[in-house]
Design a protein around this ligand. Structure first.
Ligand SMILES: [Ca+2]
Ligand SMILES: [Ca+2]
Length: 172
């Protein structure tokens, strides 16, 4: 009985720590980051969503790192949600439909990166190859795991490059 209570207490503590980590806890973060990135669709600061929330989806138990297998399992769900007609491959139409609010050129580039043989469809094998490549790029220390820090660092890089692209495209 005692050990069950202790376990419950530990879980609560872990949950609270997790909440603090994703920016829902005490507002320590606001005080220490005067130069927080501007709010927008691509916020990826280490403290707040969506970067931390994305990692939390990969690592719901709060272990702090994700294996390739776990990463691919998570990304398989994404593939299945993109494959609207359930034929086992993602067409350009299906892909574009789910990225309607994103920048069109970037969506095209992203699709082509996955569509290795350029036949206009992303197969599951192509998808996994692309996601494996992505995992390996994020895993900066090459220990076979993507840590929370590595993941957030990658989000910051991606967002920074998007801002540069947006400036180049719209800044005239
Ligand atoms: Ca399909
Ligand atoms: Ca790593």
């Amino acid at each position: 009985m005692i050990s069950t209570n202790a376990g419950t207490a530990w879980c609560l503590a872990a949950a609270l720590a997790l909440l603090a980590g994703i920016g829902l806890g005490p507002s320590r973060v606001g005080a220490t980051s005067p130069a927080a990135p501007p709010a927008g669709p691509c916020r990826a600061d280490a403290a707040g969503p969506p970067g931390a929330r994305m990692f939390w989806k990969l690592d719901p138990q709060g272990i702090g790192r994700v294996s390739l297998a776990a990463f691919l399992a998570h990304r398989d769900h994404r593939f299945e949600s993109l494959d609207a007609d359930d034929d086992g491959r993602v067409s350009w139409r299906e892909f574009a439909a789910r990225h309607a609010s994103a920048d069109a050129a970037r969506t095209k580039t992203s699709f082509q990166r996955f569509d290795g043989d350029r036949d206009g469809f992303i197969t599951r094998a192509e998808w996994r190859a692309g996601e494996t490549e992505r995992f390996e790029r994020i895993d900066a220390d090459h220990d076979g795991f993507v840590s929370r820090g590595e993941f957030l660092a990658d989000r910051r890089r991606v967002c920074a490059s998007r801002r540069v692209t947006a400036t180049a495209a719209g800044g005239g």
